[in-house]
Design a protein around this ligand. Sequence first.
Ligand code: SF4
Ligand code: SF4
Length: 99
Amino acid sequence: MTPSTYPLISNETRMGTVEFRVHERAHIVVDDTRCRDCSVRGCVTACPANLFVPTSDGGILFNYEQCFECGTCYMVCNAEGAITWSYPEGGHGVVFHTS
Ligand code: SF4
Ligand code: SF4
């Protein structure tokens, strides 16, 4: 049996299929003072929207506005309290398109 294959999709194309209704309150907050001792940095490789960017001073730059709300960053973070996670206010957040 031949395994199914799927075409590679660029991050730009993937993000173009999604709409975000951004609320002024960040639903994810990253305390990057806890990131400075983190050697794993799982959030950087695991976030499907590439929203975690390491900075040259050892911190992490994060922007919640294009978040898929998948919760992966919260699951892979290896520092207690570095990520505070909640859902956005009703009517806000990610909206997936089908076309
Ligand atoms: S919830 Fe998912 S998409 Fe949002 S920041 Fe975390 S890993 Fe990235
Ligand atoms: S995994 Fe957690 S502690 Fe490590 S860099 Fe990411 S948010 Fe910071």
